[in-house]
Design a protein around this ligand. Structure first.
Ligand code: NAD
Length: 252
């Protein structure tokens, strides 16, 4: 499905990361990959995974670091001359702001969460745009807490709502040049980011019980849907939020 495609995946922390599920599936589908790691502390966990999928490019990227972003895209341009897809699977919120009531969240914490979890998609899309002159596909990761109030999701709900709106605006702006932007919205899955959420085990149980499929989503299922969404097979899908949650979101 992705034979001959070259893609950048941002957001692998370890083998439980959603971005890792996407990387494995994309490599199996024939893509050549550029992967990033957050910082020196994260590198030893991500490097063996990059080796496992034969990543052609492996670079540090903190999305708040402008010069790292410039260096990464300069390397992609120099090595590949183009980029076919970009998967953004990044989120951050200061713990105190995340675990408290939304009404108590700090302005600084909210701004940081919005910058790293939402506006970083806008910056990455802008950096990718000139490399997608022949078209491309950009995908980010959202969550149902954008739409409904989910116990324990707190400040990230409004942040994901902004992310989904950003997807629609970016999609409308980039569609004329053949660049598609979408979000994938997986059901809850145990990752490092998820471990920062209060009541997460309850959330897993609730999803397994209430989803029509009565199963939790796996990294493989998220990865294969991500591959479809960044492939040419989904070329009419633009500005959408696609749920991969066993049907949990349709349940009243
Ligand atoms: P994860 O902890 O494996 O991944 C989060 C990634 O964000 C990490 O790789 C981390 O290094 C990266 N990150 C944080 N700050 C960064 C920065 N400044 N610069 C660059 N990278 C930074 O957890 P995950 O669950 O795989 O999260 C990936 C995405 O999936 C997130 O957007 C998350 O909100 C979303 N998501 C997760 C779930 C879930 O239940 N786990 C459900 C729906 C959506």
């Amino acid at each position: 499905m992705l034979q001959g495609k070259r893609g950048l995946i941002v957001g692998i922390a370890n083998e439980h990361s959603i971005a890792w599920g996407c990387a494995q599936a994309a490599q199996a589908a024939g893509a050549e990959l550029a992967l990033t790691y957050l910082n020196d502390k994260a590198k030893p966990y991500v490097e063996p995974l990059a080796t496992q999928v034969n990543a052609a490019i492996f670079s540090a990227l903190d999305v708040t670091n402008e010069s790292q972003m410039e260096q990464l895209f300069a390397e992609i341009k120099q090595r590949w001359g183009r980029l076919d897809f970009l998967i953004h699977a990044v989120a951050f919120s200061p713990k105190a702001d995340l675990q408290g009531r939304f009404i108590d969240s700090s302005g600084a914490g909210f701004a940081q969460a919005m910058d790293i979890s939402c506006h970083s998609l806008v910056r990455l899309a802008k950096a990718a745009e000139p490399l997608m002159a022949e078209g491309g596909s950009i995908l980010t990761m959202s969550y149902y807490g954008s739409e409904k109030v989910i116990l324990g999701y707190g400040m990230m709900g409004p942040v994901k709502a902004a992310l989904e709106a950003s997807v629609r605006y970016l999609a409308a702006e980039l569609a004329p040049q053949g660049v598609r932007v979408n979000a994938l919205s997986p059901g809850p899955i145990k990752t490092r980011a998820a471990s920062g959420l209060a009541h997460f085990d309850q959330l897993l149980q609730k999803n397994a019980d209430a989803a029509p499929l009565h199963q939790l989503v796996t990294l493989e299922q998220i990865g294969s849907t991500a591959c479809f969404l960044v492939s040419d097979q989904s070329r009419q899908i633009i500005g959408q939020v696609i749920y991969v949650d066993g049907g949990f979101n349709i349940q009243g």
